[in-house]
Design a protein around this ligand. Structure first.
Ligand SMILES: [Zn+2]
Length: 212
């Protein structure tokens, strides 16, 4: 009989830089799930530590059950990239509006659809409430670059957008939640986050939305 202990060197999941010990040598551990002392020590050195899940017992080398580490350099680079993305979005949000449609009667006080230069050609509108962008809607562009009469809805998320599926009563196609049947319904989906089983709003039950 012999015993065998796996040894691992924890490393940055982005650039694979090893964690070093006090003498500058690779630090050996027996599992990717790190102990709390080592987590504290790494955090103090500028590493980002996402603790693993001890209830998952998938072996000491398992990357999902184990801690996930980002080294200080990669952490700074990610933060800088996020800052730059935020600045680009702020600059894009600050562009002058070329067209504004008041949707107060349909979505409630303060809601508007706006376009900036270039948005009209892309059939794209920002969905704003009191001047804050909550998302955007656009006609779906097919592979042949023609535009569908159905609309996509995208709600603002931290640094990107989340697609908002069409609810059943407002979908362009009976068997697909991919597109909303009108621009204003797509905007309504962003503004009100309706339940999937909700009926069409009263303003959309009789007539088709007119395009602004
Ligand atoms: Zn790294």
């Amino acid at each position: 009989m012999y015993s065998f202990r796996m040894v691992l060197v924890p490393h940055c999941r982005e650039c694979r830089t090893d964690v070093l010990d006090d003498d500058g040598r690779p630090l050996y551990v027996t599992a990717r799930l790190l102990d709390s002392d080592l987590r504290r020590q790494l955090t103090a050195q500028g590493w980002q530590v996402t603790p693993g899940d001890p209830t998952l017992n998938r072996g000491p080398a398992d990357p999902i059950a184990g801690d996930r580490l980002t080294c200080p350099a990669c952490g700074l680079a990610a933060a800088a990239a996020a800052d730059a993305a935020r600045q680009r979005r702020d600059a894009s949000d600050a562009l002058p509006r070329t067209k504004t449609v008041d949707l107060a009667a349909r979505l409630g006080a303060g809601w508007t659809l706006t376009q900036r230069a270039g948005d009209a050609a892309r059939h794209r509108w920002l969905v704003e409430h009191d001047g804050t962008v909550h998302g955007h809607v656009n006609r779906y562009r097919r592979k042949d670059r023609t535009f569908s009469s159905g609309w996509e809805a995208h709600r603002r998320a931290d640094l990107g957008h989340l697609r908002v599926d069409a609810i059943t009563s407002c979908a362009k196609l009976r068997n697909s939640s991919f597109l909303w049947s009108s621009r204003d319904l797509a905007a309504w989906g962003i503004a009100t986050a309706p339940r999937h089983t909700a009926p069409r709003p009263a303003w959309a039950t009789r007539t088709q939305t007119t395009e602004a």
